[in-house]
Design a protein around this ligand. Structure first.
Ligand SMILES: Cc1ncc(COP(=O)(O)O)c(C=O)c1O
Length: 382
């Protein structure tokens, strides 16, 4: 089923191959591969001197071709938000996948346990009952799941709230035959929301210190942590270079959007949405690209050639810009917009139009989208 989907969407968009980037049916999601490769090279280069290895988060990319590209460049594997993303990645041959969240629900746990027969799968845990469910599912199908105890380092989402709780959970996990405790998940997501870089450094350091305390106390209790995973694009320079972390989960650096562009410099926008001018009335132009085709952010969602225009509004199918005589666009022209937030933008499209030297050279499917799981439950054909 999954293979059929891939084949059918590639076929459905094949007419775009060989076209110039401005000459596509709009709205169209464009991935400038040349730029994405530069972003990847930059991240690999930046991380080279440090002990943490890159494990890119692919929840925003949702594309096996992009995952493979990063693994070929040296990433140790990928991390995902959902069990469905993990299944897609494992089936595509990514040998080391971390679900950087808790997985709940009988059939999802079964699907995860089943998939662990085909590749190394690790999942974040913070609760003994969830661990027992994972262990039972893995035992039922004869697989082994690896786990990271998530420590809440300030975001207040998943994760044990006190280091003592990690100390209580670790020995319980070690008694579960089909689970193996690998270390800690410690994602400092609250720091990504901190626009002030100096304050972000302070908060990230505080989070890492808490992780340091957990590592030390677990080691004292006989549980050595081989993996400490966390960090994102907004903290790669601090968390990713902190010797206490062994893995960096940054993923948005690859496509880069306006939100992450506020936080870090040196990465370029590889992802755009191509739109057409469908209305030109006085000073207003309207593009056929609204909130159902691009995700906005406070940092704006600018037209690439005219970064100084802020959209007046986004309706479901329309982007409204008030322009002046600097704008050369005419009715029927196309223009690229830089997404405010890439993960939610990507999630709305079937495929990337992959562009090299401004020409579409490939169509890459975006799977799995939204909460969709067709063909991914245990026992369903790939
Ligand atoms: C668990 C986890 N790790 C890492 C990230 C960082 O990803 P990004 O590089 O997109 O900021 C996220 C983002 O939501 C996340 O939820």
């Amino acid at each position: 089923m999954l293979d059929q989907w891939r084949t059918s969407v590639i076929k459905a968009y094949a007419r775009s191959l060989g076209r110039r980037r401005g000459d596509l049916v709009t709205p169209a999601l464009i991935l400038d591969l040349d730029v994405a490769k530069q972003n990847l090279a930059r991240m690999v280069d930046k991380m080279r001197p440090h002990s943490a290895k890159l494990r890119p988060h692919i929840k925003g990319q949702k594309c096996v071709e992009l995952a493979r590209m990063q693994v070929e460049a040296g990433a140790i594997g990928v991390c995902t938000a959902t069990v469905w993303e993990a299944i897609v990645m494992t089936r595509a041959g990514i040998g080391d996948v971390l679900i950087a969240n808790q997985v709940g629900g009988r059939e999802k746990i079964q699907a995860l346990a089943q998939m662990a027969r085909q590749g190394r799968l690790t999942v974040a845990v913070d609760d003994e009952r969830n661990c027992a469910d994972l262990n039972a599912a893995a035992e039922a199908v004869g697989s082994q799941l690896e786990v990271l105890i998530e420590v809440d380092v300030g975001m207040g989402r998943g994760g044990v709230r006190r280091v003592e709780d990690a100390l209580t959970l670790a020995p319980k996990i070690s008694k579960m035959k089909n689970l193996r405790l690998r270390g800690l998940q410690a994602y400092e997501g609250h720091c990504m929301m901190e626009p002030d870089r100096a304050l972000r450094i302070v908060k990230a350091r505080k989070a890492a210190d808490l992780v340091g305390e957990a590592i030390a106390r677990l080691a004292k209790a006989g549980f050595a942590c081989e993996t400490i995973s966390g960090g994102g694009t907004g903290t790669y320079e601090f968390t990713g270079t902190d010797p206490r972390y062994t893995e960096l989960q940054a993923g948005s650096y690859l496509l880069m959007d306006m939100f992450h562009g506020k936080l870090v410099s040196g990465f370029s926008h590889a992802l755009t949405v191509l739109a057409t001018v469908v209305v030109q009335q006085g000073r207003t132009i309207v593009l056929d690209c609204g909130s159902k085709s691009i995700c906005v952010d406070d940092a704006g969602t600018p037209m690439k050639p005219y970064p100084f225009y802020k959209a007046r509004d986004f309706h479901e199918e329309h982007a409204l810009f008030d322009v002046d005589n600097r704008c050369q666009l005419k009715l029927g022209d196309t223009v690229e917009l830089i997404p405010g937030y890439a993960p939610s933008t990507v999630n709305m499209y079937d495929v990337y139009h992959v562009v090299e030297n401004d020409v579409v050279t490939a169509i890459w499917p975006i799977i799995p989208r939204g909460p969709g799981h067709g063909g991914l439950l245990a026992g369903e054909k790939p």
